[in-house]
Design a protein around this ligand. Sequence first.
Ligand code: SIN
Ligand code: FE2
Length: 214
Amino acid sequence: MQESDLFTSSDAPRPLPPGLVWLERFALAWEDALLEAITQIVVAAPLRHLRTPGGQRMSVAMTNCGPLGWISDRRGYRYSATDPQSGKPWPALPTPLQALATAAAQAAGFESFAPDACLINAYGPGARMSLHQDRDEDDLSAPIVSVSLGLPAVFLFGGRTRRDRPLRLPLTHGDVVVWGGPARLAFHGVAPVADGQHPRLGRQRINLTLRRAR
Ligand code: SIN
Ligand code: FE2
């Protein structure tokens, strides 16, 4: 096989690194339930722009559902059982979201994934997420399940060091990526989201990141 053949069968850069699985349109079977759940969650726990420990306002707006929510402020990155904005517990993790996460993890080869945290990221045009590792979780044997909805975006997926040149995965509405095992601590991020109009979500991209934090 010639190297160019690796890129001809689809937009997907193949092969993907060990531990990374891209499930194209996997979440579409749950589409209505997901959009309904997100609508309810952001009423109870509104999207907000957090600050990095260094004081920078993030371009991505965030909220959470589930027993634990990921937050960032001057004191650092961490999980919290309550929404610091309201002092109340985060909205419950909706059953369809839990089912999707477990099914996607299983399809990627990770049995019995039971998330206890779901971060909801909302990207308007131009919003981005710089390369980082997900490392605030206690149990790194559980994978990360990441669901993309709305506007397309280029997901950057690198290696164990910041210097590794990332792959560029053009994710679209309904795509799920799962990473774990040898890829669990890979650096990843999202390139600035291009402006556009999505039939269900308008001018935004929503990402759901489901994790086992404790
Ligand atoms: C994240 O790494 O938390 C978000 C990834 C994404 O938005 O696709
Ligand atoms: Fe992440």
